[in-house]
Write a protein that binds this ligand. Structure first.
Ligand code: PAF
Length: 280
């Protein structure tokens, strides 16, 4: 497995693979890898000649400096894991390497970044679009792999590919969960033992909400979810929305013709956790 830190080294090496017409599968990450990332790398391995993984904690997508400071960084462990998974190349650039100067590019994401995460994390998706577009242009993958846990991100990256007019398939990979249902996330390592015990409540509530679809309207269901979190003093519900899966438009009435996803974000003593579930 080759590890590169500069764009020059990376592109020089990629060129030789591109000349040999090898297909490249890209797994962009911010490190602190877990089984969710493992599933992405394994899928990419099965579908491409070459697998490139990037590890870069992208500052432009953090609206909260403390969240950026506390983001877990476990590079040695990550590289060992990727070696075992037989990734071909890992790109670990510095901030200066990716942003030699400030990136002022603004992406027109329509209304996709006006709801949910976009509402609560100003500028977050523009930052994601900045780094992901740089990686796409640099690596020119045939496929790129993203987990469904960041559902809104996935939809926005599909839009980004349209904006960039790139011939690139975005592969959506299912959420990988702990045994007790908690969606795997790099942020879970920031939970104390007690908080970790409380965290599965998020997924349990999503499931209970889905069971109540037959008897409650979308508005009543949102109120019900809000009430469940009011009873949990350690947790603060940021939002619970049921949205149409492509436009991310909030669903105000049950309609069997559209695919619906229930999305949630919760602060658990300052650690921000998100999850989602298909509501069909
Ligand atoms: O999902 C992530 O880990 C990040 O948002 C991504 C896609 C690697 C961009 O920094």
């Amino acid at each position: 497995m080759i590890v590169y830190r500069t764009k020059n080294d990376l592109t020089r090496h990629l060129l030789s693979w591109q000349n040999e017409e090898k297909t490249i599968g890209l797994v962009p990450t911010m490190g602190a890898l877990h089984q969710g990332h493992v599933s992405l790398v394994e899928k990419a391995n099965g579908e491409n000649d070459i697998v490139v993984v990037t590890i870069f904690v992208n500052p432009t997508q953090f609206n909260d400096p403390s969240d950026l400071d506390h983001y877990p960084r476990t590079l040695d462990r990550d590289l060992e894991l990727l070696r075992n998974l037989e990734a071909d190349l890992v790109f670990v650039p510095s901030v200066k390497e990716m942003y030699p100067e400030e990136d002022s590019q603004i992406y027109d994401l329509g209304t996709l970044d006006e709801v949910m995460e976009g509402k609560h994390r100003e500028g977050h998706f523009n930052g994601v679009a900045q780094i992901v577009s740089k990686l796409f242009l640099l690596i020119r993958p045939r496929r790129a792999y993203f987990g469904q846990k960041d559902f809104q991100q996935l939809v926005i990256i599909r839009r980004l590919v349209e904006i960039m007019e790139m011939d690139l398939t975005i592969v959506q990979c299912p959420i990988i969960r702990e045994k007790d249902g908690l969606a795997m996330s790099s942020r879970n390592t920031r939970l104390s033992k007690e908080e970790r015990k409380l965290a599965p409540f998020i997924y349990e509530t999503l499931n209970h909400a889905r069971e109540k679809m037959d008897t409650l309207t979308p508005t009543q269901l949102k109120d019900w979810v809000t009430l469940q979190f009011k009873k949990q003093p350690e947790m603060e519900l940021e939002y619970f929305e049921i949205v149409e899966d492509k436009s991310l438009t909030p669903v105000n009435e049950w309609d069997e013709t559209v695919n619906k996803v229930g999305c949630i974000a919760v602060q658990l003593n300052g650690v921000r956790l998100i999850d989602n579930l298909n509501f069909d």
